[in-house]
Write a protein that binds this ligand. Structure first.
Ligand code: ASP
Ligand code: MG
Length: 601
């Protein structure tokens, strides 16, 4: 059976004309011989209007009633779309989340999908109906209506595609499934074309790249929907509802993609930076700091924790600018207790580069730092992930930084996969063959998936402290390292009391050489600069899907390590990996206690 899930966002069903256009698109797919499942959002700004209305009535509306209210937006669209299809002479049936059997947990306002029944959809599809499902909503065990969080219709669409693809009731009769997301842009671009007009549309992007770009500021799709796609091998196409132009395919990673270090760059304009200095360099401190922030429901973005000097450590992180006040208030008591100082910076932006090719290519960070140095832009914080490097700059420099980085990686030049065809490339297929694993995933569709915990003792660390806080220093340093062809893995830079503290890791076999290369530029980095190298580190990597959208994962990791008294000297977080650096002689123990914590032992 060939099945397509088409999702129409709010703008694509905002009025009668557009609803008719969506109806025609669904009918066309049907006439091409496919089964058609349609997911719709609420019309236009309906959800915002409903929220405003509720606020006029109650300052704190009960969460249950809020979901009851918001779910009506989607109910309106499914009925109208079904009518439109009937008018055009095709069979269609509209179904709410409850009618389909989309079961979620009880968290009103940001519920997670647990299980989806395929029975009703399958039956209606067998009757040749176009099945129209309300996005963004589900029900809990007691049949209370829940909603998935703003933008959640994308997640409904991909989740439906996932259950239909792996439907146990289909008796091995595999469905060929694609998910099309119709929206007001015609695809995913190398960066926001409204800011950088020469940005190119990508024909393909891997799940992981899309996830990282989304968290880096590219707001094309709901992150949780991409996690579904990745976890259940669902190819997704983002395309325009206003034209027939091919959009962007979000698919499993292909080898050709790794030839390009960077596929896209993104900007988060309104961030705020918080740095805590003078905290004792002891196990459990970062755990307490992030716990205090998480208790106020504030989501931490970048984290730069660096190895301590003189028994004191510093921890820097960013939060959305609007949450700065609440963050500072939350940290006040702890800072007093620890006799630590808090500094903050309300006017910063984050610029990130993302690409699977940077895993294996050296000099990628250096190229980014060079582009920024040439514009005389200072880096206040640096964090890296497997396929992402983020820097924090003054907000006034944000746009210029984004453009400079886009140019430096030549993202405006058409290449295979972005403006040019990829030779001999058919759609890559995923590899979800383990049936037990699949069954588990289907039983708790949005549960945290920690798939592996790995110990890496092949890296050493170089720490550069006391560097002058000037544009260009990181470029000088990493240019020297890159000149030796040395692949840098993790980079963490934090700024405390106006002094950048930077650490990075390189393969142990290159540690001495990297140190020499760093020392060769020592005098250029400022008179106070000191360089030390440490071979006795271990990196523990926790791999999975949803590592950041489930904020609890990081907290559990810090908590488990703190309980064992294991000190963390560096932290790295991404959508699919959390990494911590600990002392070499505690590495094994750290790895085992995390396996226990996440039940992988
Ligand atoms: N209508 C909901 C919202 O506006 C869900 C969605 O559009 O995806 O957030
Ligand atoms: Mg909407």
């Amino acid at each position: 059976m060939r099945l397509v899930v088409q999702k129409f966002g709010g703008t694509s069903v905002s009025n009668a004309t557009r609803i008719m256009a969506a109806a025609r698109r669904a009918i066309r797919a049907k006439q091409e011989g496919r089964k058609v499942l349609v997911v719709v959002s609420a019309r236009g700004d309906k959800t915002d209007e409903l929220i405003e209305l509720a606020q006029q009535i109650s300052e704190h509306p009960p969460a249950r009633e809020m979901d009851m209210l918001l779910a009506t937006g989607e109910q309106e669209s499914i009925a109208l779309l079904a009518m439109a299809i009937h008018t055009l002479g095709e069979k269609a049936i509209s179904l709410t989340g409850a009618q389909v059997g989309i079961f979620t947990d009880r968290t009103h306002g940001k519920a997670r999908i647990k299980e989806i029944s395929t029975e009703r959809m399958r039956k209606a599809l067998a009757e040749e109906q176009i099945v129209i499902v309300a996005g963004f909503q589900g029900i809990d065990e007691d049949f209370n209506i829940t909603t998935l969080g703003r933008g959640g219709s994308d997640t409904t669409a991909v989740a439906l595609a996932a259950v239909m693809k792996h439907d146990p009731a289909a008796n091995g009769n595999k469905h060929e499934i694609a998910c099309e997301i119709y929206t007001d842009v015609d695809g995913v671009y190398t960066t926001d074309p409204r800011i950088v007009p020469e940005a190119l549309k990508l024909d393909y992007i891997s799940y992981e790249e899309m996830l990282e770009l989304a968290s880096a500021g590219a707001s094309v799709m709901h992150s949780r929907s991409i996690e579904f796609a990745m976890k259940f091998d669902v190819p997704v196409q983002v395309r325009s509802s206003f034209s027939d132009v091919e959009g962007t395919w979000i698919v499993p990673e292909s080898p050709w993609m790794t030839e390009y270090p960077v596929c896209g760059v993104a900007l988060v304009k309104d961030e705020a930076r918080v740095a805590i200095t003078g905290v004792p360099d002891q196990p459990g401190i970062s755990h307490r700091i992030f716990q205090a922030v998480a208790a106020k429901n504030i989501v931490v973005d970048m984290i730069a924790q660096n190895v301590g000097t003189g028994g004191k450590a510093s921890i820097g992180f960013t939060v959305p600018a609007g949450e700065l006040r609440a963050t500072l208030t939350a940290l006040q008591p702890l800072a007093q207790e620890l006799q630590a100082t808090i500094e903050h910076d309300a006017e910063v932006s984050k610029v990130s580069i993302v690409g699977v090719g940077m895993r294996s290519q050296s000099g990628v960070a250096e190229r980014m730092f060079e582009a920024l140095a040439n514009e005389n832009i200072n880096l206040k914080m640096i964090t890296t992930a497997d396929i992402k490097i983020s820097v924090l700059v003054d907000r006034a420099d944000g746009l210029q930084a984004l453009r400079a980085v886009h140019r430096a990686f030549q993202l405006h030049v058409p290449r295979p996969g972005a403006g040019l065809p990829v030779a001999g490339q058919s759609l890559p297929v995923g590899s979800l063959r383990d049936l037990t694993a699949l069954k588990q995933r289907l039983a708790d569709m949005e549960g945290i998936l920690v798939s592996e915990i790995k110990l890496d003792t092949s890296q050493g660390r170089i720490t550069v402290s006391g560097m002058a806080d000037e544009a260009g220093n990181c470029h000088r340093l990493f240019r020297a390292i890159a000149s030796g062809g040395i692949n840098v893995d993790m980079i963490v830079q934090n700024l405390t009391a106006g002094v950048p503290e930077l650490s990075f890791s390189v393969p142990l076999v290159h540690l001495e050489e990297a140190k020499k290369l760093a020392e060769s530029v020592l005098t250029e980095l400022g008179p106070e600069t000191r360089i030390t190298a440490g071979a006795k580190i271990a990196t523990v990597n926790v791999l999975g899907v949803g590592m950041r959208t489930h904020t609890g994962v990081a907290r559990r990791m810090f908590g488990a390590l703190a309980a064992r008294g294991i000190n963390i000297s560096m932290i790295n977080t991404s959508e699919v990996r959390l990494s911590v650096v600990v002392d070499r002689d505690r590495g094994e123990e750290a790895c085992n206690c995390l396996k226990e914590e996440f039940q992988l032992a």
